[in-house]
Ligand binder design. Sequence first.
Ligand SMILES: O=C(O)CCC(=O)C(=O)O
Ligand SMILES: [Fe+2]
Length: 296
Amino acid sequence: MNVNELLGSELCGSLRTNGYAIIDGLFGSNFTKGLRKEIKFLHQTEILKPNTTRLFTHDKKMISVPKKNIFEIDITRHNSDLAPNYVKVLSEDSTISDTFNKRMRNVEILKTAIKVQYNEGKGGSFSMHSDSDVKQDDRVISGVLYLNPDWKRGDGGELKLYPYPQDPVVIEPVMDRLVLFSSPHMVHRVLPAYQERYCLTFWFYGFNDDYVEIKKPTEPNLRFLLQPRNKKHLVKLHYGQEWMRSIIESHHDSETRAELVSALNSDLGKLRGYFHDYSDWIPKTKLLRSEDQPWI
Ligand SMILES: O=C(O)CCC(=O)C(=O)O
Ligand SMILES: [Fe+2]
């Protein structure tokens, strides 16, 4: 299958209107088997390090909370010789970002970064989060390539996306599946995995012209409420309990995990205040007409 066909305008259209897109079979079986082998080698040689969830507290302190059973490493120009073959080829290839630049008028990708990940199983998971913040960094699109040839129902480790106000979507992490989504706006998590799980993440950095903020109007207004930059807040309000459980599931019991929980409670308090005028609307947002604002 031709790469241009797989990365066609339909895919970019889905990314823009739904906030995510799924492509199967882009890299092919030899290449994805090779990638998996390299990540396995990086894990066996202890080059992958335990992953942590980072939190910036209100007094600007950074705390790092280790996740259970998740190991990763960022591949940069400085260490790309750690994985000399397949990972290196990917880190030097610009087919995907060229496609975004060609097909998405409002996007300009300037840089791509790669991270590889190994999940030992044993319940390893990621709590609910988004990958960036428009006010703090310029990640525009995230992509995760799954490398699990024998994945079957019951193994867990599915990616769950929250394309609010649409219902959540659960995606199986099967071999050679690439899932692309909005880095700043798409809340997602990884459900607990019960078998080992391999994947590779791309981050596409650059500009997205549509990041114009709609200021809060005096009268409640649906367009303001459903603008892309509010989506992660609305997911937090709507799925607060699930967000809490996901934090508890992904991290060992510790004082720092308790800080994550209390930061979530404090966010929920602030968000309830900020969206107070909308408190009748939020439980029913699924019934509201989506406002057709592009995600990306
Ligand atoms: O492992 C996955 O499916 C997603 C990982 C993720 O969300 C992240 O690295 O930010
Ligand atoms: Fe993520």
